[in-house]
Design a protein around this ligand. Structure first.
Ligand SMILES: [Zn+2]
Length: 377
């Protein structure tokens, strides 16, 4: 059952796109929203204040890594994850499931949970729906994600069906394991692989549970842009209009805009931050790799349309020099720029939807496709 610590108010729609406000214990999230990924309780290289200034309302942290590297009880003793990482806005954690299923080597799944070898120490570890909820509640996050089974792609229909049923059973165990529903919301995850009817059925089943919010999981796993959109297109309309919808792990600017047009409210992805560390910048003119020799004498800002610190103060030629020579400032500036680009894109999407302006929305869709492809100049 939905708990009072979270509520979603739908403010406007434009075609299939939605804009609203998600209210959580540590503040409000304007949607559509992008959540920067702070895997280890830090968005690598950035100060929490810089995330807020760039327009982030909420950040994502990773349950498995915080549990494995620090311990949830130790973080609780620091006053919880918000205090520990110095971010006082909303935090969402993944359940840890996605990580442990992706580990190479020993991973054994049973109805009870998942046994696996820590990639760091080789020690055997075990994660279950109950423990995933306990860790996230102890961290004190605003939104905990249900522990679901993540399977490989491609997978045959029978395997997808069995795994989706297990995800539902695990969701019920997550709900029963909650001890702090007044301070941590719980989102369920719609699975169903690339099988449209299984996606629809699972979304309907979860809808009946009246959860705090709904995620669409198991996408962006190699299926391609069109297959992903097709799955969102069938699942999203089955979810309740008065609850937030979160598409996990997506994506490039084009994926985000196309899914906003299909009714998704929340996104997270490592792409802007990870690409930033590898010198790839998303700009309104296309994607640029700043290590490229062509930027050596380039006196323009990285993106003339951007107001981030890097674009206001430095040239492409200087950024290339920093990145080429592995200076930490270079990675930091491109990471900050990419997040600024993403978060500005979300703000412009919200403005277009709230103004119910389909022309502005279409212009953003076109721009997001350009931003996702290599720059043509
Ligand atoms: Zn910038």
């Amino acid at each position: 059952m939905a708990t009072p610590c979270s509520s979603f108010e739908l403010l406007a729609t434009c075609g299939g796109a939605r804009s609203g406000v998600l209210t959580l214990p540590h503040g409000q999230v304007q949607t559509p929203a992008f959540m920067p990924v702070g895997t280890r309780g830090t968005v690598r290289g950035l100060m929490p204040g810089e995330l807020g200034d760039a327009g982030a309302d909420i950040v994502l942290a990773n349950t498995y890594h915080l549990w494995d590297l620090v311990g949830h009880e130790r973080i609780e003793s620091f006053g919880g994850l918000h205090q520990f990482m110095g971010w006082d806005g909303p935090i969402l954690t993944d359940s840890g499931g996605y990580q442990v299923f992706s580990f190479k080597g020993y991973v054994k799944v049973s109805e009870e949970g998942v046994r696996f070898a820590s990639p760091r120490t080789g020690d055997r570890q075990f994660l279950s729906p109950e423990l995933a909820v306990e860790i996230q509640e102890t961290l004190g996050v605003d939104i905990a994600m249900a522990f679901d089974e993540c399977i490989e792609w491609p997978a045959d229909r029978d395997r997808v069906a069995r795994s989706t049923e297990r995800t539902t059973r695990w969701l019920h165990r997550c709900l029963a394991a909650r001890r702090r529903p007044e301070s941590t919301a719980l989102f369920g995850i719609v699975q169903g692989g690339m099988e449209a009817d299984l996606r629809v059925a699972h979304a309907q089943e979860l809808r009946e549970l009246d959860l705090d919010g709904y995620a669409i999981g198991g996408l962006s796993v190699g299926e391609g842009h069109d297959a992903m959109l097709e799955m969102v297109e069938v699942a999203a309309p089955e979810l309740p209009a008065n609850k937030a919808r979160y598409l996990m792990g997506v994506g490039h600017p084009r994926d985000i805009v196309e899914n906003v047009l299909r009714g998704v409210d929340m996104f997270d992805c490592v792409i802007p931050t990870r690409s930033g560390r590898h010198a790839w910048a998303f700009t309104s003119e296309g994607r640029r790799n700043l290590r490229n020799a062509r930027y050596r004498d380039d006196r323009l800002p990285l993106d003339p349309a951007c107001d981030c610190a890097g674009c206001r103060q430095f040239t492409r030629g200087y950024l290339r020099h920093l990145l080429k020579n592995d200076e930490p400032l270079g990675k930091r500036l491109v990471t900050l720029h990419n997040l600024t680009y993403y978060l500005n894109l979300m703000r412009r999407l919200r403005e277009a939807i709230r103004a119910e302006d389909p022309v502005a929305l279409e212009a953003l869709r076109v721009e997001a496709h350009v931003a996702s492809d290599p720059a043509k100049d």
